[in-house]
Design a protein around this ligand. Structure first.
Ligand code: AMP
Length: 172
């Protein structure tokens, strides 16, 4: 695995007992590691026609905004409920325990736009699937999904049904 992955910190039992949290903040804090991580996320898409990067609150904003700059396209946030100020489209989705909701501004991605959806960690995949659906409900095209870290043992990739490629820069 590339050197920047050494800075991903495993935090046991956060935010609850039994979860091994992949903390990417040490990667972000190191200039060379941050640059290498963003480069790793950008690499698979460099030859693709992309109109926007959509990132999921909150760590998906950090990586997504950096990736959008790297790919020289705009950035669109998908947020938790009640945070976006203008007219939004909402989607409820199932979590392992309970439900959650994500929102996007209705005018954020035009119909037909080619969009890359990103987050920091792919765990069960529910969050990214919801973000993809929000983008597609607006008539935009999800040309791919990118994460910095994939937790492969949770099986999200095996259950992934979206036709566009799913790229992970590091896998555990
Ligand atoms: P998911 O289960 O794929 O919907 O993940 C939900 C959200 O929680 C994603 O935005 C991830 O960034 C975050 N997440 C889930 N599990 C972990 C983990 N073990 N370490 C760090 N972040 C996680």
């Amino acid at each position: 695995m590339p050197a920047w992955t050494d800075l991903i910190r495993d935090v046991p039992d956060f935010p609850q007992p039994g979860i091994l949290f992949k903390d990417i903040t040490p990667v972000l804090a190191d200039a060379a590691a941050f640059a290498a991580a963003v480069e790793a996320m950008a690499m698979p898409w460099r030859d693709e026609a992309i109109d926007a990067v959509v990132g999921v609150e909150a760590r998906g904003f950090i990586l997504g905004a950096a990736l959008a700059r790297e790919l020289e396209v705009g950035f669109v946030p998908v947020r938790k409920p009640g945070k976006l100020p203008a007219h939004t489209l909402s989607l409820d989705y199932g979590l392992e325990y309970g439900r959650d909701r994500l929102e996007i501004h209705v005018d954020a991605v035009p119909a037909g736009a080619r969009v890359l959806v990103v987050d920091d960690v792919l765990a069960t995949g529910g969050t990214l699937k919801a973000a993809i659906e929000l983008v597609e409900r607006q008539g935009a095209i999800v040309i791919g999904t990118g994460v910095l870290v994939e937790l492969g043992f949770l099986g999200a990739r095996a259950a992934w049904r979206h036709a566009a490629p799913l790229h992970a820069s590091a896998r555990y």
